[in-house]
Design a protein around this ligand. Structure first.
Ligand code: NAD
Length: 290
């Protein structure tokens, strides 16, 4: 790494807090090295209190692009010059480009693209499928909207009645207004409706983060009858690699039990393309990191 850094090296940043646990710096730096691209990728602990100054810094220093994670994905939008149609619809940005370092900042959202690519990698297509989802926060919204754009027949969102519920209602409205997919929202407390919906779906996506610490012993599905040999179960969590949900799905014979690593890889690959116009060597990165 140090051997390849010179006065010409271009910087890509990652701004979020907390962020020290992220795999993104390793993933991008290894991909730059593999392709011989003169870039470096560094993580910066930035939350909403210093976000405006950080964005000014990107412009002032000619940083060529940035990934953006929580809590900045929505908050960064007013500071950008342009956002892509999918980021506009999702209402969140995870990738910013500063082409040629000229200070014109464009926001994108690659989370949904990453999730769809991860499913494709497992031979799963959302086209014409009924999908049941739990969670409609940052990740869930991006996945629901991308699945709708990619031809899902129905996206049925179940969310607990918390402060994200309103956002979920907005997401459903947007999908119904802008795509051919039919979206619905139901309170997750209606367990009978949740069970019926899973029964009618070929894909279940958990985008809540339940299954991660401190909820590693929790799964939103505990009834073996909800798992079938023609049901794909996808959990966005990748730490741990196998959540309680995925363990349960495997034990009860689900068609597939997919963790969030692929989504993380492919959202990064889509961001890498935005930054460099090059394809990330995903097979190499998978071998190295997974
Ligand atoms: P968020 O806070 O925006 O949304 C969380 C969602 O989960 C909300 O809909 C909330 O209502 C729901 N929820 C929270 N606690 C719940 C509970 N106990 N029971 C049922 N529902 C509950 O979070 P986010 O940014 O969308 O992130 C969610 C998860 O996705 C995190 O674990 C994050 O690490 C993961 N994620 C993974 C990737 C990836 O590339 N694999 C990318 C982005 C996010």
């Amino acid at each position: 790494m140090t051997e390849r850094l010179t006065g010409h090296t271009l910087l890509i940043s990652l701004i979020a807090k907390p962020i020290r646990h992220s795999m993104s710096p390793t993933m991008h730096n290894e991909a730059f090295a593999k392709l011989g691209l003169d870039y470096a990728y560094l993580a910066f602990e930035v939350d909403n209190s210093t976000l405006k100054e950080a964005v000014e810094g990107i412009r002032a220093l000619g940083i060529r692009g940035s990934n953006v994670s929580m809590p900045n994905k929505q908050a960064i939008i007013p500071y950008l010059d342009e956002i892509s149609p999918e980021a506009e619809l999702i209402g969140a940005v995870n990738t910013v480009t500063n082409k040629d370092g000229k200070g014109h900042l464009v926001g994108y959202n690659t989370d949904g693209i990453g999730a769809m690519a991860a499913l494709t990698d497992e031979g799963v297509s959302v086209k014409d499928q009924i999908i049941t989802m739990t969670g409609a926060g940052g990740a869930g919204t991006a996945i629901a909207i991308q699945a709708a754009f990619d031809g899902a027949k129905e996206v049925r969102i179940f969310n607990v009645n918390d402060d994200v519920f309103e956002n979920a209602a907005e997401t459903v409205k947007k999908i119904n207004a802008h795509t051919d997919c039919t979206a619905t929202l139901t309170d997750l407390a209606d367990q009978a409706a949740f069970k019926t919906s899973i029964k009618e779906s070929s894909i279940y996506i958990d985008a809540t983060g339940v299954g991660m610490k401190p909820l590693e012993d929790v799964s939103l599905i505990n009834d073996p009858e909800m798992i079938r040999s023609d049901l794909v179960v996808f959990d966005v969590v990748y730490a741990p690699r196998e959540t309680k949900l995925l363990r349960f799905a495997k034990e009860h014979g689900a068609k597939k039990a997919i963790n969030g690593l692929g989504m993380m890889l492919y959202q990064g690959a889509a961001a890498f393309k935005c930054f460099t116009d090059e394809e990330m060597p995903v097979t190499y990165i998978k071998e190295l990191l997974f």
